[in-house]
Design a protein around this ligand. Sequence first.
Ligand code: C5P
Length: 217
Amino acid sequence: VDNAFWQGKRLLITAGPTFEDLDPVRFLGNRSSGKMGFALAEQAAKFGAEVTLIAGPVNLATPDKVTRIDVRSAQQMFAAVQENYQQADVFISAAAVADFRMTESSEQKIKKQDGQEGLTLNLVKNPDIVAWVAEQADKPFVVGFAAETENVIDYALSKLQRKKLDMICANQVGENLGFESDVNQLTLITSTKQKALVDSLKRQQAQQLLQFLAEQL
Ligand code: C5P
């Protein structure tokens, strides 16, 4: 890997899930572990990049020399990204951001009523953080992820275009693959290139991803 390229480059990375609170004790979440985003932060910092890592609720140690900002909800993640994207050369959106949040999260614990057989939650769309960054006039180079269980490359290509990303990492998720796992299947995609990574460990993929990224910048 050409580590020299990353020396002094400023990288903003989001990682992990977001949790959307229903009430003080319950939330909507997802299975993202944050491992891919943390692996990228760790490798980039090793290569000399200045890394800011915006992390949703995850159980991972902060990599050496990485500045970490902890958030919980998509709205908090969005605010942290808005505050930091202008200082970045590259933004990598590896977080699994919740698509929806509660229209109103309840201040008190939601109680079930006697005989109640169902519950309807009113949800509202969360901001699309990576698409927002990609729209800004002073945007960094923007990299997204597309975790899919089927038609991975097709869906990733349409996301690349719809969200106006510079690059997307297509991620096959399934049993023991992708979410919650050290093992991953990744294809890196730009408007002109596609590269399927041979390695399946997130750590090694992080190195290859940074190498590929360096070649695009
Ligand atoms: O549309 P989808 O959620 O599959 O897109 C995935 C990509 O978009 C990821 O890079 C994810 O971090 C980003 N995203 C985001 N804000 C959202 C939803 C997804 O930044 N609200």
